[in-house]
Ligand binder design. Structure first.
Ligand SMILES: NC(=O)c1ccc[n+]([C@@H]2O[C@H](COP(=O)([O-])OP(=O)(O)OC[C@H]3O[C@@H](n4cnc5c(N)ncnc54)[C@H](O)[C@@H]3O)[C@@H](O)[C@H]2O)c1
Ligand SMILES: [Zn+2]
Ligand SMILES: [Zn+2]
Length: 404
């Protein structure tokens, strides 16, 4: 079968690989009808999340049809149409039972990192979902049946990025009336904006430097700030009467960039040596080519801005991904402002059923965030355009059964 395979930093290929088989009685095999490309995949290709094994199938977002089931999966049938949560959970350990699915004890027993599809060995070393078929462990929890009204283009957004944006707003503890700053207007940031609004945020201030992404944030009702044109901290303070925001969400992560023009560029230049030192830890190996696979040049930029932009006693929610080797955070400023900091990988399994209901009822349609649908056979070119953040490119669905 065809799949997108990671061979090295800056080296991914569409390849022919063996089909997966049932290995455990709790497994299922799913024939994928939709997959997607995510900012998380880019970290592994840019080298900012390391430890991938060559030959690993990429991708952790999927929708499909169950083709085979192990004898211990009792709540699903062959032929069921399902969405696959990105993080893998057993469903029976104490963490899963408490809703901390991304900290499951059994799915990734060898380390303290979340288990997810298409990630490094320390994250379980599971083959991913940018493929024609996939093996799904603990299928009774890691497959969720879809109602017919929720089409594939909506459902693929429920596999990872809508639940992650919702999780980010949930752990930010947003209450009606709050003013919320969201850093990053990529697909995850767009769903963080939507979720903050669903939770009743009074104002959402959205920061990025890609005009088409800021425009989508504005369409959602956010007040937008381009960090190449304005100093985001200064603007956030000015727009909030000097107080700052109640809540901030980091939807960027380790591949953050610093401003290279505008009034905030001077501060960034002064931090250049520190940013370069951080890069040595987070991305010791890099392999940029012709404008692709460039690691972000300022890993801690968003953390620094968010801590400064928050009001005293505010809450920071970090959903942007940082690798375990990252160790830079402005702890002194955060401590002295009595900030609350919450973070982590999304407990997808906890949120997806509720979000399916929301979409099925018509109360919220996530579809505007999906801007591209491409056949799996065009995956590498689609990856490159998404990596370059080409104008208008937001979320990219891949269709495993279509031929380009
Ligand atoms: N916690 C989780 O469970 C989880 C799940 C999915 C994705 N993620 C992470 O969420 C992050 C975003 O994912 P995505 O798919 O939207 O990625 P993306 O790369 O498409 O988007 C990142 C956005 O951040 C912007 N950006 C860069 N530097 C910035 C800065 N200094 N200030 C503000 N914006 C800046 C970029 O221009 C881009 O629009 C990634 O780190 C991804 O790994 C986390
Ligand atoms: Zn994802
Ligand atoms: Zn578990």
């Amino acid at each position: 079968m065809k799949a997108v395979v990671w061979y090295g930093v800056g080296d991914i290929r569409l390849d022919e690989v063996p089909e997966p088989r049932i290995e455990q009685p709790t497994d299922a095999i799913v024939r994928l009808t939709a997959s997607a490309i995510c900012g998380t995949d880019l970290h592994m290709i840019r080298g900012t999340v390391s430890g991938m094994k060559p030959g690993r199938i990429l991708g952790h977002e999927g929708v499909g049809i169950i083709e085979a089931l192990g004898p211990d999966v009792r709540n699903l049938n062959v032929g069921d149409r399902v969405v696959i949560p990105s993080t893998i959970a057993c469903g029976y350990c104490a963490y899963c039972r408490d809703g901390y699915y991304s900290q499951c004890d059994h799915a990734n027993p060898q380390s303290e990192s979340t288990a997810f599809f298409g990630g490094p060995e320390a994250f379980g070393g599971f083959n991913g979902l940018q493929a024609e078929k996939a093996r799904i462990p603990f299928a009774n929890v890691n497959l969720i049946k879809l109602p017919g009204e929720v089409i594939d283009e909506q459902a693929i957004l429920l596999s990872d990025i809508f639940p992650t944006g919702y999780f980010g707003a949930d752990i930010a503890d947003i209450e009606p009336g709050h003013t919320v700053a969201i850093f990053g207007c990529g697909p995850v940031g767009q769903f963080a904006i939507a979720s903050a609004k669903l939770m009743g945020a009074g104002r959402v201030l959205a920061v990025d430097n890609i005009p088409s992404r800021l425009e989508m944030a504005k369409q959602q009702g956010a007040e937008i700030i381009n960090f190449d044109e304005e100093d985001p901290v200064e603007t956030i303070k000015r727009l909030t009467g000097g107080i700052g925001v109640d809540r901030a969400i980091d939807a960027v992560g380790v591949d953050a960039n610093c401003p290279h023009s505008g009034p905030a560029a001077k501060d960034a230049r002064q931090l250049k040596a520190e940013f370069q030192r951080e890069q040595k830890y987070v991305a010791p190996e890099q392999n940029p080519q012709n404008g692709n696979w460039e690691a972000g040049d300022a890993p801690s930029q968003v953390l620094r801005w968010a801590v400064e932009a928050l009001a005293k006693a505010g809450t920071l929610s970090i959903i942007g991904v940082y690798p375990p080797t990252d160790n830079v955070f402005p702890i002194g400023k955060a401590m002295n402002k009595n900030l609350t900091i919450r973070m982590g990988n999304c407990h997808h399994r906890k949120y997806i059923p509720m979000l399916i209901d929301l979409v099925q009822s018509g109360a919220f349609d996530p579809l505007t965030v999906l801007t591209e649908v491409k056949p799996l056979t065009d995956a590498i070119e689609a990856y490159k355009a998404f990596d370059r953040r080409e104008s208008g490119w937001m979320k990219v669905e891949l269709e495993p059964s279509a031929v380009g």
